[in-house]
Design a protein around this ligand. Structure first.
Ligand code: 5GP
Length: 194
């Protein structure tokens, strides 16, 4: 790793396969996962401090007031945010960091860090395929599914704004794109020569 760490921001509409791609990335590259704060209750198997810091709405609001967040947003009725303390070591070049955040958060990070961060958007091959994947997952009722699809349509409109777009037609192939992006970004003079 060069002296400047890689701060990789990955966003996607739900059902695009972002979670799987991020998991592969963490297995195969020495990135640390940026642990967000959220007011969403933990899902079975999720661990406080590893997957998220699970906090109350009051605690989250207090952190906003203190200016503790690099970015925060409301997603599906819950609050999510990346604290400055999570990104500190990446900004000082001590580690490579993966941020799995939504498009609203990504645009705030861009506003604050600009070219210091790299922005990748994961896309499903088509909206039809996205719907199939969400239905196959079968975790949502019809109403929630329709809301997620509508939101996905909105989010996909932000794709041109990212540095890179990866189409997740097949996981290993999409992962190769992601790996190529990381390798190319590490070759930028600002990282390679510092
Ligand atoms: P989930 O509740 O399924 O873990 O995450 C829902 C959405 O919230 C995902 O799109 C995820 O990327 C996003 N998210 C997770 N952490 C953060 C965060 O710290 N900030 C923002 N803006 N979005 C986040």
């Amino acid at each position: 790793m060069g002296k400047r760490g890689l701060l990789l921001v990955v966003s996607a509409p739900s059902g695009a396969g972002k979670t799987t791609l991020c998991r592969l990335l963490l297995e195969r590259f020495p990135f640390r996962f940026s642990v967000s704060h959220t007011t969403r209750p933990p899902r079975p198997g999720e661990v406080h401090g590893r997957d998220y810091y699970f906090v109350s709405r009051e605690e989250f609001r207090e952190m906003i007031r203190e200016g503790a967040f690099l970015e925060w947003a409301e997603v599906h009725g819950n609050l999510y945010g990346t604290s400055f303390s999570e990104v500190e070591r990446a900004l000082s070049g001590e580690e490579d960091l993966l941020l799995d955040i939504d498009v609203q958060g990504a645009s705030q990070v861009r506003g604050r860090l600009g070219a210091r961060a790299v922005f990748v958007f994961i896309l499903p091959p088509s909206l039809e395929e996205l719907e199939r994947r969400l239905r196959r997952r079968g975790t949502e009722d019809e109403e929630t599914l329709r809301r997620r699809l509508a939101r996905a349509r909105e989010e996909i409109r932000f794709a041109p704004w990212f540095d890179y777009v990866v189409i997740n037609d097949e996981v290993e192939r999409a992962f190769e794109d992601l790996a190529a992006i990381i390798r190319a970004e590490r070759c930028r003079p600002a990282r390679a020569l510092s």
